[in-house]
Design a protein around this ligand. Sequence first.
Ligand SMILES: O=P(O)(O)OC[C@H]1O[C@](O)(COP(=O)(O)O)[C@@H](O)[C@@H]1O
Ligand SMILES: [Mg+2]
Ligand SMILES: [Mg+2]
Length: 340
Amino acid sequence: MNDKLALPVGTTLDRFIMRKQEEFPFATGELSQLLRDIALAAKIVNREINRAGLLDVTGAYGNQNIQGEEQQKLDVIANIRFIRALRNGGEVCTIISEEEDDVIQTGNHRGKYIVAIDPLDGSSNIDVNVSIGTIFSIYRRKSETGSNGTMEDCLQQGTRQVAAGYVIYGSSTMLVYTTGHGVNGFTYEPSLGEFFLSHPNITTPADGTTYSCNEGNMNSFPEGIQNYVNYCKDQNYSARYIGSLVADFHRNLLKGGIYMYPPTNKAPSGKLRLIYECNALAFIIEQAGGKATTGFKRIMDLQPEELHQRCPLLIGSAKMVDKAEAFLKEVEVEEGIVSK
Ligand SMILES: O=P(O)(O)OC[C@H]1O[C@](O)(COP(=O)(O)O)[C@@H](O)[C@@H]1O
Ligand SMILES: [Mg+2]
Ligand SMILES: [Mg+2]
């Protein structure tokens, strides 16, 4: 029997997490609690976002984050909300956040988990009422409990994620996550204050006809990507680009498609961050049957060297990612370059 039939109509996220935990008799429940903490912070952030236009929380905060990007007020608020929830929850020893230069030690030395988070993704869309999101990755610490998490705990490959997910604050708010046993999506019912299972066992189409990239950067894309974009146009594929990674990813996950953020002149290693943007979405897309690569290497195999490292990203329907990679390879072969 599939999950949809096994679970009663109106399954809340809490109940779903509880049932999943029962399937693993030796699980301690700490990861389940951690997922609940994230869901709670997401509800609070959702409320702030919905009221943003009414309160004084739109616009720039007047500070730059470590990547030299202008922080928005809601970036800062979301960062505070998630950190507070994770600290109070007690399961997390160390947090890596886009909005913090260094790791945050929560003081929970018994906490077994490391969380990497982009508290608010798509900052440029905050003030114009366009979908934005939160992205999170969860790792088990490698070091013994009893002290702070170490840098080695934080710089783990994506293959070591124990869970990952995102929240999309869109026309409805959804939380989508995986613990490595498929992908499930939950829609928020604001009047009840609960996430309900609405998208069980998400799988992504093997192929698609939508491509997503910032074509304003086309002239500085690698030649192989330029050729692939032109191929997409020749095929009359649809171009869809919101400029919020979570929203672009979510659409393509459900409908099929490819999202690309290749290296550009402005961002020679790509713009997106490996630890708290790319790895989480890579884990989800692979669990849904799709692919995520740099164009040459699987994202989740990359060994992070630093907290805010960037990498190129091709992610989505497996056949589309394969095709884009083939275009990149073709240029390399023509130029006699050995694959990186
Ligand atoms: O304007 P660009 O270069 O297309 O960038 C858009 C991309 O940058 C990001 O906004 C980066 O995320 P943050 O808002 O968390 O910094 C992605 O969400 C998005 O896909
Ligand atoms: Mg982001
Ligand atoms: Mg962000």
